[in-house]
Design a protein around this ligand. Structure first.
Ligand code: 1PR
Length: 535
C-alpha cells in the first residue's frame, strides 16, 4: 500500500466508530489507528469521529497527550476531518455536563438544543445545509439531505464566522460544518448519509486534482420525515436466519406445516432497501426475548455484513437485557448492546426490558442507573437508545374505567366502545403488562431513551393504515422523536400519519417485503403532498 491509500483514524475507544471504518474501507482506503500522539503528528490525513460525551472525550485527549498533538497537527494546517463530537471538541467549551473546556481551536461554545420551542431533542434525521462558503468537501451536496444525530450543537457567532462553511436550521441556526485550509469538521454523519455522505468522505480523501469542482447551492430545509424499512428476523425451523413478517405478531403460516413465514434473506433485503432509498434500516430479532443474543452469532454476522455497504443508520433490537448464561456467567444489558454496536449497529432497540424498567421506575420514582436504558444511554448517548413499544388496544366504555391514559377512538370498538387504552406487552406480544403505552413512553423518556418505536399489535400486518389515535397520543406526550409503526398498506397511509400526528418517522415492513409499494413511491407521494423527505 502507498501512503496515499492510508488514512489515520483517531478512535479513543469511547464508542462505535465501526460505521466510519466501513465507509473508509468501502472507498478503497486502509486505516491506520492512532496509538500514540506521534501517530497524529505523522499522519498524512486524519479522521476524528468523535463519539460519546464531551467531558470523557476531553479527559482521554488530555491524559494521553493526543489533545496537544491534535492542536499542533491542526495548527500546521494538515488534512483533518472531524465528525460530530470531532467538530464540537475543537471549540472552546461545551455545556454538556459542564461547562467543560474543549481544545479551544475555534472560538465559541457548544450548547444543548432548546426543546422548549417544540423541536424534539435529540435532533435525529436528515436535513439540508445552507452553505456559507467554499467548503470543497461539501461540493457535491447541493440541497440534498445529510444525516444528523445529536443533542448538542456548536453556536455560530461573530468570532467564529470565518470558520463556518455551512449551517443548518433546527429550532435555530447551528454550525453544520467548518473549514479552514485543509482542516474540516462536520456535525452530520457522512458515513451514514448515503451516497451524498460518501462523496463528502471521498472529497476529503482524494487528492484535489482528481475531482472536478461543482458549484454548491444549499438552501434551508426542515427536518425530513424519515421512511424506515424494518426487518423482523428470526431463525426458522431449519435453523436459517430469515426475514419474517407477522400478522398481528403471528409469524407462522397457517398450513399443515405451520412453518415460520420466510420473506427473504436479511442482508440482501437490507441492501436492497438501502439502494431503494430507505432512510434507516431496522432489524428486530423477534425471538431475542428467549434466545440469548450473544449466542445468536448469525444475527451479529448479519449486522457485520450489512454495515459494510449500507450507509444509513442501522438499528437492532431483541434480547437486550441483563442475562445469565447456562454456565452462570452474567452479562449486563450494556455488554449485550456493546456487542451489537461493535457489529455495526448505530442504535439499539429495547422492548420487553424497557417495560419492566418503566414499571419499576413508576412504582419507586427512583432512577437507579441500573436499567438497560440508563446504562446504555450513559455510555453511548440517548440517541443510541430506542425503546420499542408493542401495545395492544383494550376497548373501554368509559375512559375512567382504568388507571391508564385512555383515548377517545376515531373508530369505535366492536361493541361500540368509544375509548381504549393501549396495554404494553412483553415477549413479542405474548404477555400483557399493567402499564399503558402513554405511561411507558413518558417513563422511558425520563430514563434516557432517545427515540420511541411505536408499534401496534392490532394494526401489525393488516395494511389498513397506522393507528393514528395511538400515534397522536404518544407523539404529543413526549419530546423525543417517535417512529410510527404497524399497518402501512399504501402510500397515503404515510402522508396521513405525518399530517395527523407529530411522528418523526414512519416504519413499514410487509408492503416493502412483498414488493407492493416501493420506498421510492412513498417518497414521491410525500413530496407531492409537500412533506419534506430525502430523495
Ligand atoms: O423484547 O427487547 O427482546 O425485543 C423484541 C423486539 O421484537 C421488539 O421490538 C418487538 O417489537 C419485536 N417483536 C417481537 N415479536 C414480534 C412478532 O412479530 N412476533 N415484531 C416482533 C414486531 C413489529 C414491527 C413490524 C411493524 C410493521 N414487529 O416491527 O415490523 O408492525 O409491520 P407492517 O408494516 O407489516 O404492518 P425484546
Amino acid at each position: 500500500s502507498t501512503s496515499d491509500s492510508v488514512v489515520t483514524l483517531l478512535d479513543y475507544g469511547a464508542g462505535n466508530v465501526r460505521s466510519v471504518r466501513n465507509a473508509i474501507r468501502y472507498l478503497g482506503f486502509e486505516i491506520k489507528d492512532v496509538q500514540t500522539p506521534a501517530d497524529i503528528l505523522n499522519a498524512n490525513r486524519l479522521i476524528f469521529p468523535g463519539v460519546g460525551a464531551f467531558a470523557p472525550a476531553m479527559d482521554v485527549l488530555n491524559k494521553t497527550g493526543m489533545g496537544e498533538a491534535l492542536c499542533t497537527y491542526i495548527d500546521k494546517d494538515r488534512p483533518f476531518l472531524g465528525i460530530c463530537l470531532g467538530l464540537q471538541l475543537l471549540f472552546e467549551y461545551s455545556e454538556e455536563n459542564g461547562p467543560v473546556n474543549g481544545l479551544g481551536l475555534i472560538p465559541g461554545a457548544v450548547a444543548r438544543f432548546d426543546s422548549s420551542n417544540g423541536f424534539r431533542v435529540p435532533h435525529i434525521g436528515w436535513n439540508a445545509l445552507q452553505v456559507a462558503k467554499d467548503s470543497e468537501i461539501l461540493d457535491d451536496i447541493g440541497n440534498r439531505h445529510v444525516y444528523f444525530v445529536h443533542s448538542y450543537r456548536a453556536m455560530p457567532s461573530h468570532e467564529n464566522e470565518e470558520w463556518i462553511s455551512s449551517t443548518c436550521n433546527y429550532g435555530d441556526k447551528f454550525i453544520a460544518s467548518i473549514r479552514r485550509g485543509n482542516v474540516h469538521a462536520v456535525q452530520f454523519h457522512p458515513e451514514k448519509s448515503g451516497d451524498v455522505g460518501l462523496s463528502v468522505l471521498r472529497r476529503f480523501l482524494l487528492p484535489k486534482s482528481s475531482l472536478t469542482k461543482k458549484p454548491t447551492e444549499g438552501k434551508a430545509s426542515k427536518l425530513a420525515k424519515r421512511v424506515i424499512a424494518c426487518l423482523d428476523v428470526r431463525t426458522n425451523d431449519k435453523g436459517d436466519l430469515v426475514v419474517t413478517k407477522g400478522d398481528q405478531y403471528d409469524v407462522r403460516e397457517h398450513t399443515k406445516e405451520n412453518e415460520v413465514r420466510n420473506l427473504g434473506k436479511p442482508v440482501e433485503l437490507a441492501r436492497q432497501y438501502y439502494k431503494d432509498g430507505a432512510d434507516e434500516v431496522s432489524f428486530l430479532n423477534i425471538t431475542g426475548f428467549r434466545d440469548f443474543p450473544l449466542g445468536d452469532l448469525p444475527m451479529l454476522q448479519v449486522l457485520r455484513y450489512t454495515s459494510e455497504n449500507v450507509f444509513v443508520p442501522l438499528t437492532v433490537g431483541g434480547g437486550i437485557r441483563d442475562f445469565r448464561d447456562a454456565n452462570g456467567r452474567y452479562y449486563s444489558s450494556l455488554e449485550v448492546a456493546s456487542e451489537y454496536f461493535r457489529s455495526g449497529a448505530d442504535k439499539i432497540s429495547i422492548g420487553s426490558d424497557a417495560v419492566y424498567a418503566a414499571e419499576e421506575y413508576l412504582k419507586t420514582k427512583v432512577k437507579t442507573g441500573k436499567s438497560s436504558i440508563e446504562q446504555i444511554s450513559r455510555v453511548y448517548g440517548n440517541q443510541a437508545v430506542v425503546v420499542s413499544i408493542d401495545p395492544r388496544r383494550v376497548y373501554l366504555k368509559n375512559p375512567t374505567d382504568v388507571e391508564f391514559k385512555a383515548v377517545r377512538l376515531t373508530n369505535p370498538g366492536p361493541n361500540g366502545e368509544e375509548y381504549a387504552w393501549y396495554q404494553c406487552t412483553v415477549n413479542g406480544g405474548r404477555e400483557g403488562r399493567p402499564i399503558g403505552a402513554h405511561e411507558l413512553a413518558k417513563a422511558v423518556e425520563e430514563l434516557g431513551a432517545g427515540e420511541i418505536l411505536l408499534n401496534c399489535i392490532d394494526c401489525d400486518g393488516q395494511g389498513k393504515g397506522f393507528d393514528i389515535d395511538l400515534i397522536k397520543l404518544i407523539s404529543d406526550a413526549v419530546n423525543i422523536p417517535v417512529i410510527a409503526s404497524s399497518g402501512a398498506g399504501a402510500v397515503e397511509h404515510f402522508s396521513e400519519v405525518f399530517t395527523k400526528t407529530n411522528a418523526s418517522a414512519a416504519l413499514a415492513a410487509g408492503i416493502f417485503h412483498r414488493k407492493e409499494v416501493p420506498i421510492q413511491s412513498v417518497k414521491e407521494h410525500l413530496l407531492k403532498e409537500q412533506i419534506e423527505v430525502r430523495i
